[in-house]
Write a protein that binds this ligand. Sequence first.
Ligand SMILES: [Zn+2]
Length: 93
Amino acid sequence: MGRFSTRSRYDVGLAEVVELAITCEDCGKASTWNSQRIRHEYDRGFRTVPQVWQRLYCSYCKNRERSQGRNIQIKPKLRSRGRIKPENGHGQE
Ligand SMILES: [Zn+2]
């Protein structure tokens, strides 16, 4: 017992996500996927947030040298629990 999960805190099913905030760490470009957009990705076969993240890139940074535009930060907002809490949260709800 008490074993820490090795899963990322963002390793959640896409069906649980109602909103996905996407930010490029390099240039600060930010966008938000609404539930419709998330549903669209789900219908295309993506089932988890990491699956979607793996194909995300910043089109601006991708066109620059020395960058793949892959320094993307994502923050999923979950259906039932609101924003994801830190891993040491006690989850009192
Ligand atoms: Zn960028």
